[in-house]
Structures are given as C-alpha cells and as structure tokens.
Write a protein that binds this ligand. Structure first.
Ligand code: NI
Length: 211
C-alpha cells in the first residue's frame, strides 16, 4: 500500500529493521497492474526461517522504503510467495482501540479472519497502481495470524487503518488488487486530481447510502 510522503517523515528504516537487516540488500523492480504476477495466487513458504526468505524480506523492506510505501507484498516485486511487510505510522490511526501504530512487521503465510460484519470505506493507494487512489470497503476489525522471520507466531487483532493495510497487502497474495474490491468506481481517481479537487468522503457516502 502506498504511503503519503508526510506519513513517512520520521520513520527510520535502520532503527525499526535492526536485527532483520542482512548485508547486500537490493532494490527490486515493482510490478504494475497488468503484470500477470499480480494476478496469480502466491505459494506458501515451508520454512519461514530459511535464509532465502530473509534475503527476500530484506530486499522487500528496502524497496518499500525507497518507494515510500506503508506495505508491500512479495508478488509486487515478482516473488510469488506469501510474504508481506508493512508498518503503520501513528499519523494514520483512527480512534478505534485496536488501531495502534505498528513498527515494521513481517508476515509469512498470513491468514486474515474478519471479526464481525462491519465495514469501513477509506482511501487506498498501491505501489503497483501508481498515481491513483480509490475508496475501498474493508472489514473494520480483523484477526490475523502469521509466522515471523524467526519462526515466531504472530496473532493479532486489528481495527481501522491497521486492519485496512493488512487486508490490502494480504489480498496481493491471492492475486487481488484494491480496484477489484471497490464498489464505486467513480472514486478511482488520480492523486493529482484528488489534491486539486478534494472529495469529502463522509458527505459522499451519506449521499449514496440508502437510509
Ligand atoms: Ni498494494
């Protein structure tokens, strides 16, 4: 998922990633919408602690930082594996109790489970869909489980923006890009135009929703 540049300020890659960094990381090429790698389901990883996994993760983190993203899934860098990296900066948090800032997190073989039926609409961008933003409905609350780089179990409940980022990134592992989740394609816009002609999402949703 794409970050606004303002959200990136103050984030120190080397601090957060310390311990996971290995020498010789490389920037990877980011696949754009239309590349078949983005439509294919990614494969599960048998041994999350394998050195080749750590190498890909290091490259993904460096690529995400370079591109100004808040999340990146392995298929976006032509690696057909179930790996996601993301972080949540405090600037994007909602009022929800489970929407808390997250340092850099690595998810291997993640599984997302919705909690409850509530959904929320919010703007999303994607490094694989450059220049665009879209309004996407997502589950408001989720639980997600995954394995970390050291083989540890990650089991978290998330709400709000945190939940949105995880759903967006995990969709990539099933070959799904955010425009496929949109319910109103009028709200798929160029970021430049959105900045010139701001859209009040609350107003617009109140207009279009029955009742
Ligand atoms: Ni994305």
């Amino acid at each position: 998922m794409k970050a606004d540049t303002s959200r990136w300020a103050g984030w120190r890659f080397t601090e957060i990633a310390a311990g996971h960094i290995i020498a010789g990381m490389a920037l990877l090429k980011i696949a754009r919408m239309g590349n078949p790698v983005l439509r294919a389901p990614a494969a599960a990883i048998e041994d999350p602690t394998a050195p080749w996994v750590r190498r890909i993760v290091g490259d993904m983190i460096e690529t995400m930082e370079d591109a100004g993203g808040t999340g990146l899934a392995a298929p976006q860098v032509h690696q057909p594996w179930r790996i996601v990296v993301f972080f949540v900066s405090g600037e994007r948090l909602t009022e929800m109790p489970g929407d808390v800032a997250q340092g850099l997190t690595v998810l291997i073989n993640p599984v997302v489970e919705p909690l409850g039926r509530e959904r929320a609409f919010g703007w999303e961008g994607c490094l694989s869909v450059p220049g665009l933003r879209g309004v996407v409905p997502r589950h408001l609350r989720i639980r997600y489980r995954a394995t970390g780089l050291d083989g540890e179990t990650i089991d978290r409940e998330a709400e709000g923006f945190h939940a949105r980022v995880v759903q967006h990134e995990c969709d990539h592992l099933d070959g799904i890009l955010y425009p496929q989740r949109m319910t109103d394609l009028r709200l798929l816009v160029f970021l430049e135009e959105l900045q010139r002609h701001p859209i009040d999402l609350a107003d617009l949703l109140a207009e279009t929703r029955p009742g």
